[in-house]
Design a protein around this ligand. Sequence first.
Ligand SMILES: NC(=O)c1ccc[n+]([C@@H]2O[C@H](COP(=O)([O-])OP(=O)(O)OC[C@H]3O[C@@H](n4cnc5c(N)ncnc54)[C@H](O)[C@@H]3O)[C@@H](O)[C@H]2O)c1
Length: 366
Amino acid sequence: MKTWNVGIVGLRRGRGFVSVFGAHPRVNVTALCDTNEDTLTDLGEAFSLPDSALYTDYEQFVNADADIIMIATPIRFHAEQTIKALQAGKHVMCEQTAAYTVEDCEQIVNTVKQTGLGYMMAENYCYFHYVRQWRDIVNQGKLGPIYYAEAEYVHEIEHLLIDGDTGNYFWRHERPPIWYCAHCLGPILTLMDDRIIAASGSHAGFHKHPDQTDHLGFLDMEVGMFRTEKGALIKIARSQVAPRYPHMVYYSLYGTRGYVENGRNGSNTEGYLWLEGETPDGENGHPQAEEIECSVIDPDAPEEAKHGGHGTSEYYMIREFLDALENDVKPPIDVTRSMDFTVPGIIAHESAMSDGNWRDVPLFDW
Ligand SMILES: NC(=O)c1ccc[n+]([C@@H]2O[C@H](COP(=O)([O-])OP(=O)(O)OC[C@H]3O[C@@H](n4cnc5c(N)ncnc54)[C@H](O)[C@@H]3O)[C@@H](O)[C@H]2O)c1
């Protein structure tokens, strides 16, 4: 089995990836990059890397001794850094979302095609334990054809939009909520094995922060409606300022023979499942969904899975990426799927900021 050398850029979120890649028996973390020297030095020491493995300059880092570059910088850098890494002959795993514009997404797709290298967007929520469990239910056809799905990702992160002490804005202030749609669309489209072909959007305005109208990250709530290739309808609601605690990601899928949903009270929740012909009726003789545990942690995962964040999801995500590279097949969230999870949010926002009408969503095939 091959051992992979991995370089990681963007060391706040990337810190977790140093742990999870580093704990993998087939990986050596050989290079780190961050424009913040203190962060870089701190992480180099924490993971016992020599100074020669630490880079503040991406151009030099991208030519370091690495087979794979993991990109965990703010999203505005993803496209350029992805393309440079691929052009330097590296496989890429990139945090989500893939890019901020359709043009950048197209360039990433073209560069993956030209280089033939592996690219996977790190949409970790697809690997939540309960999402993996639901996949079995859906794949066995137990829900029947899915015609409607919803997701809500409501996470108040005002401290990541603006510095409360200085009033300076952080990078997320420029990110309209619905651009960050992959945590919602990733699991849903994976479960539905479907793609989005049209999008419309709407937003609730700036009620909570009426003085922040130039900073789209402060939109109270942004909603996207999506039509899929198979004829289903999807609704996504997104906010990064709504005072809703605990923060949550919620999914529900409706098929002709049943439905499934998780709870809205945090990460590990109780949800509901109802399956025609399988779920026993309630005590009153009426159909009654059964309560199901929806945990992000796989209790049977190996010990090294605990090094990753978001339950055991990041361990499985990285394992599948490495397996794909090793077997020379496309990663599960390959460049086509990455754009399926990214582009609809860009188009929904375009609609939300103008007429709210439906627009076609370009599909990038490879
Ligand atoms: N999948 C998830 O659950 C999840 C969670 C949090 C963040 N993220 C993603 O991770 C990425 C980073 O988010 P964050 O919260 O760590 O951001 P952050 O702003 O807290 O940290 C970014 C880090 O990157 C460094 N950096 C900034 N620009 C750089 C550049 N051009 N080159 C090299 N280093 C640079 C900064 O110094 C900082 O250390 C984003 O894409 C975000 O969407 C994903």
